[in-house]
Structure formats: structure tokens, C-alpha cells
Design a protein around this ligand. Structure first.
Ligand code: SD4
Length: 293
């Protein structure tokens, strides 16, 4: 069975994120420290237009961020519709550890950030996001976008040497979304779910399609009933397709999971989803299978 510790994360930026997470574990950090540190790397990656303040904005030209973090004991925290905070994942961790709540959004999340001493950034689009937004505005005429070409959200799940699990997920969400739109990433059970008794799962892709089936919770529950992580991800993709069949040509979504034994699964609706898998020795990209070929 699989090696421990084990860190998995979505897409190519998962490689440096995994490396940061593994470093954290090596220097004595907990698995929660590791999954927070790992995705913080992506939140600062200027080449990524789907995570962090450099991410693509909503229809009004404002970048708003969603993030969640969860530990295998059931503790969790999330923020959504947050502006001007560079590390929403760390703010989600504050919600988990320092408040009696699970989710804080919008202006309230910003107030919490200020109270906790997080720097508040100037609200301006990154050069890459600005260019893309202006181009989008030329042709979009403010029509809602159903089709996403860019799926770069980072979801990370990990297990330490003792088998404790944790996960994190952070995103600027669907590009050119309606102002105030929240996706799956900060919704515990949709974009992320972790249970030390069973395993962990995270999701990427069109959040609406993932929320509809409680994707990550579904995968963990299927594993609880005996499915392998791979079988559970495939079943979740089938469920997602069944519940979103009308627009499925335009919907990409991918799931990533591990169980307590360190077995790994990944599956997507369409080709193109990949993930990074790291142990103490290795950190490699793996292509996931997909329902449509
Ligand atoms: C969302 N799941 O907000 C995110 C989008 C995503 O790369 O994965 N983007 O719906």
C-alpha cells in the first residue's frame, strides 16, 4: 500500500505546492501546517490566474477569493467572497482555529483579516488578469460564462507519517462570475472533505456542478462504504454528469482522493486533468483518466 507521508494536489502548480508542503513536514510541521503552507505557494504564483489576488476577476472587474481548510478530526474553516487578502487559506485557518464558526464571508472576512493583522492589499488587477479582463469585456457583453477553459484551482490533500489527514483548497473562482458568486472550493463537502477514519477528497472545475452532488463528501462516503479512491472518484464523476447532463459538453470537473491506506484516485469529466503526487522522496505529475475521451 501507499507510502506515508503522502501529499496530492491538483494541476501543474501542485508540484511546487507539494514541495512546500513536504518541506513543512520535514521541518516538523503538522499536516495542517503542510497543506496550508503548500497552497500559500500557489496563492502567490503570479502565473496562476485562478488562485490568489492575481486571479481573474468577476464581471465587475473585482477579484474575490474563496478558500477552505479541513483536518481529519472534523475541524474546518472557510472564507468566501473575500477581497484584498493575499492568503485566504490562512484566513480560513483562523476561522477554524480562532472562531466558533466554520465560514465567514465578504466584508466580515476582511474585518477578521484586519483584526488578525493580515495585510490588506490594494485592490487592483494583476497585469495578466487586467489584460484578460479587458479582452473578455470586448466580446462578452456581460453574458454569464457557462464554459470554463481555465481550471487552475488548487486543492491539496495530505496524510502525515502517522496517518492523520488534512486538506486545503483555494481559488479566485470562476472567471467573470457574477459579483458575489461563491463556488465549491470554500464549501466543506463540495470542494474539500477530510475524515481521519476514511480518507480525503478535493475538487476542481465548475463549482456549481460539484456543489450539486456534494462531490468531495460523496467520494469520502463512497470510500467509507468500501470503494477504492479511484472507484469513488469515477462514481462521483458519473453522478456529476447525470445531474448536469444538459450542459456537460461545456463542463469540466475533476476529483482527487486518497484513503487512509495511501491509495490514490483521480477522475475528470473531460480529458486534461492532472495532479501532483509527493512522498518524502518523489514529487511527480500524473494524468487522470476521464469519462469522455
Ligand atoms: C470554482 N472550482 O470556483 C472553482 C473553479 C476552479 O480553476 O476550479 N477553477 O468553481
Amino acid at each position: 500500500k501507499g507510502e506515508k507521508p503522502l501529499i496530492l494536489s491538483t494541476w501543474n502548480h501542485g508540484l511546487p505546492a507539494n514541495a512546500a508542503a513536504v518541506e513543512k513536514l520535514k521541518s516538523g510541521g503538522s499536516i495542517i501546517d503542510a497543506v496550508e503552507t503548500g497552497v500559500k505557494d500557489t496563492e502567490l504564483d503570479l502565473s496562476n490566474l485562478s488562485v490568489g489576488l492575481q486571479g481573474l476577476p468577476d464581471r465587475e472587474g473585482i477579484t474575490t477569493l474563496d478558500a477552505s481548510i479541513m483536518s481529519g478530526d472534523g475541524s474546518c474553516g472557510a472564507v468566501a467572497f473575500v477581497r484584498q487578502v493575499k492568503h485566504p487559506i490562512s484566513l480560513a485557518r483562523v476561522v477554524m482555529e480562532k472562531t466558533p464558526h466554520v465560514m465567514i464571508v465578504g466584508e466580515g472576512a476582511k474585518q477578521l483579516a484586519i483584526a488578525e493583522g493580515f495585510p490588506i492589499e490594494k485592490e487592483e488587477l494583476s497585469p495578466g488578469a487586467k489584460k484578460a479582463y479587458l479582452k473578455w469585456k470586448e466580446t462578452s457583453q456581460y453574458k454569464p460564462v457557462i464554459n470554463i477553459e481555465n481550471h487552475d484551482t488548487i486543492g491539496m490533500i495530505g496524510m502525515d507519517a502517522k496517518g492523520n489527514l488534512a486538506g486545503s483548497c483555494t481559488t479566485s473562482g470562476l472567471s467573470y462570475k457574477m459579483h458575489g458568486r461563491v463556488g465549491d472550493s470554500p464549501i466543506i463537502g463540495a470542494g474539500l472533505f477530510v475524515d481521519n477514519e476514511v480518507g480525503a477528497a478535493t475538487a476542481t472545475g465548475l463549482g456549481e456542478s460539484i456543489i450539486r452532488i456534494c462531490g468531495s463528501f460523496l467520494i469520502v462516503e463512497l470510500m467509507r462504504q468500501g470503494r477504492t479512491p479511484q472507484e469513488a472518484c469515477e462514481e462521483a464523476v458519473r453522478r456529476l454528469i447525470a445531474k448536469n447532463s444538459k450542459d456537460i459538453k461545456d463542463i469540466q470537473a475533476g476529483f482527487l482522493a486518497m484513503n487512509k491506506d495511501g491509495e490514490v484516485g483521480a477522475y475528470a469529466v473531460h480529458p486534461g486533468f492532472n495532479f501532483a503526487q509527493a512522498t518524502l522522496q518523489n514529487n511527480v505529475m500524473i494524468d487522470s483518466g476521464s469519462h469522455f475521451k
